[in-house]
Design a protein around this ligand. Structure first.
Ligand SMILES: C[S@@+](CC[C@H](N)C(=O)[O-])C[C@H]1O[C@@H](n2cnc3c(N)ncnc32)[C@H](O)[C@@H]1O
Length: 590
């Protein structure tokens, strides 16, 4: 198979101009076509069927047309938040470009049920704390070109455009090129530069930052930007300013192909903006108050906080991430939402299982550098009590052993000193003294009632996505291998009789169904559990011989496929691509 990049049939279909459309009007439109590596496209076409994959591909290139809000039911009620949001919509405070309209009016005649306003409740049972806020689009825009004059333009990067399509402004670092003589206050058309195939060497954007656009066909990427105009805005600074400063808003968008509500600084702590499948994943875990939960790859903490609220902030959620700053983010979010049952640690989840022999050594005062700390109950004040008890013990001897009731946590001497400092100085707003987060040395096997592995993945379900050519079969395969290694750790850490939920935000069966196949074939004590709520569709059955590869990827049987949830971006749910599998854990083999 030819592995050089090219525009995909899906891209070509999506990008083809409507018959008879005039070239000029066709230029200033938004008709993106997602490009894939041909071998990746072939693989997905064999998994989904060519037509279905073309629809998925097209859906991925557009944002979904509503925002999904999870209510923090420990701080407010769904009805109260709904009233507050309706008020904000009516006051036009969510900058979605419409106020007080009913859905039917906004969508040009779509049937509206009585009372179904732009903010409405999620209709699925088990998701009563979820609200949908509708946006609109795609809109045909009229760009303000003066007759006989070319429009002033700005070209932005793909990543920047993906954010702008979700409702952001254009920030300085995202600007690649700009017309000459753009002054603050000028109206500019905003288009996006997307990677193009380069003969024999992959993909390149091919625009040097700062070049001047003339509005001529000789401009960089003039032809390629046809159909990639995402709106119009007012320059917040001059051309010179845009390329001189390092940050700030470059363009305030005034017209957008998609109008989506913005929730910046809106009802902070009371609501959390989250994709529907992520909310479902936390719900499927079904965490119970008082339990010990592990969230293995937790940042930025969306699912962690959803789990904490489902547990009514009672119990303990250990939230791990390998990035220090991201762990800080989890703590900040937990603090904002008023949640105290979350313990976030910096830890590589691949190293999250402690060896059993370490346990035997613990408690031998002279040899041991660690203390066993137990959470009798799990709440903020208890944490301080534990810190105090550890501190007293630590001051008495080189090792502290604190009584345990049900669960064990291990704290090094350095952590003891840190706790002591924290006792004296207070924890600070983000619960992490001096901007440092705690490291963890890991956990003993079978420590947790439930484990969520929301795995790092190829993220090929995120929307909008304007380019997918960076993924190769090899990179997809590497993700799958990494996920299996993380899953192996999850299996060790969950207790017999417990539960593991595995999820990804990718459409790639190699990271979804294949992982489930691996799990069921490797660990005979695992079985797929039925899921509630069930919002997504079934998994993919069968297998696929990978092009030019010596192996066959195994997916699911028909029965198994019914037990997983797959969220299809091209379905009427209009959400991201996502996958959820729930495993019941039986008696483990020794
Ligand atoms: C899909 S995101 C998790 C999203 C999160 N569960 C949420 O809902 O907000 C994956 C996260 O895994 C983290 N990660 C990747 N490899 C890891 C590892 N070996 N150990 C711990 N975290 C890891 C990344 O830093 C990233 O934040």
């Amino acid at each position: 198979m030819d592995s050089s990049p090219s525009a995909s049939p899906a891209a070509a279909a999506a990008a083809a101009p409507a018959a008879g459309a005039a070239a000029a009007t066709d230029r200033y439109t938004f008709r993106p076509g997602l490009r894939w590596q041909p071998e990746v496209e072939e693989y997905f076409a064999s998994a989904y069927g060519r037509d279905h994959f073309a629809r998925i591909s097209e859906a991925l290139a557009h944002p979904s047309c509503y925002s999904c809000i999870r209510v923090n039911t420990l701080k407010s009620t769904t009805d109260t938040v709904m009233q507050k949001l309706l008020k904000l919509v009516n006051q036009n405070e969510l900058s979605c470009g419409f106020n007080g309209l009913k859905i039917g009016e906004q969508n040009g005649g779509e049937q509206a049920h009585e009372g179904s306003y732009l903010v409405h409740k999620c209709p699925y049972s088990g998701l009563e704390n979820v609200l949908f806020v509708r946006g609109s689009g795609p809109h045909a825009l009229h760009y303000d070109g003066q007759p006989g004059h070319s429009m002033k333009e700005i070209i932005i990067s793909r990543k920047c455009a993906e954010s702008v399509l979700r409702g952001a402004q254009v920030y300085v670092p995202g600007v690649l090129a700009c017309s000459a003589h753009v002054e603050k206050g000028d109206t500019v058309a905003v288009s996006v530069a997307i990677e193009q195939p380069v003969k024999d060497s992959g993909w390149a954007v091919g625009i040097t930052r700062g070049i001047v656009l003339q509005g001529l066909q000789s401009d960089a990427h003039y032809e390629e930007r046809k159909g990639l105009y995402i709106g119009q805005g007012i320059a917040a600074m001059s051309r010179a300013g845009i390329f001189r400063v390092l940050h700030g808003v470059a363009v305030e968008m005034t017209e957008r192909v998609y109008k989506l509500p913005s929730f910046n600084d809106v009802l902070e702590g009371e609501i959390f903006l989250q994709n529907l499948p992520s909310i479902v994943a936390a719900r499927v875990l079904d965490p119970q108050p008082g339990e010990q939960i592990l969230d293995m790859c937790a940042a930025p903490g969306g699912k962690t906080t959803a789990i904490a609220i489902l547990m009514r902030d009672k119990g303990e959620i250990v939230a791990l991430d390998r990035s220090h700053n991201k762990v800080m983010g989890i703590l900040k979010l937990a603090d904002e939402m008023g949640l105290s049952c979350i313990r976030a640690y910096k830890l590589d989840a691949l190293k999250s299982v402690r060896k059993a022999y370490e346990e035997r050594n613990l408690g031998v005062a002279d040899n041991c550098s660690e203390a066993i700390v137990t959470l009798a109950e799990n709440s903020g004040p208890i944490r301080s009590i534990i810190a105090a008890r550890v501190t007293n013990a630590a001051e008495d001897s080189s090792t502290a052993i604190v009584e345990q009731t049900d669960a064990k946590r291990y704290v090094s001497k350095a952590d003891l000193r840190k706790n002591l400092r924290r006792m004296r100085n207070g924890t600070g707003r983000s619960n992490c003294s001096g901007g440092r987060v705690e490291d963890s040395k890991g956990f003993f096997p079978s420590s947790f009632d439930r484990v969520l592995l929301d795995a790092p993945c190829s993220a090929l379900g995120l929307r909008p996505r304007l380019f997918a050519g960076e993924e190769t079969l090899e990179s997809l395969r590497k993700n799958a291998t990494y996920q299996r290694r993380l899953f192996d750790q999850a299996v060790k850490l969950v207790r017999p009789g417990g539960l593991i939920v595995y999820s990804t935000c990718t459409i790639n069966p190699g990271e979804n169904e294949s992982l489930v196949r691996y799990a069921l074939d490797t660990y005979k004590f695992l079985s797929l559990g039925s899921q509630h709520p069930k919002v997504g569709g079934p998994g993919i059955i069968g297998s696929c011989k990978l092009p030019n590869k010596a192996y066959t990827e195994q997916w699911l049987t028909e029965d198994e496929a019914q037990l997983v949830q797959r969220f299809d971006p091209s379905s009427s749910l209009d959400t991201m691509g996502f996958f959820i599998a729930k495993f019941n854990v039986g008696q483990k083999e020794d």
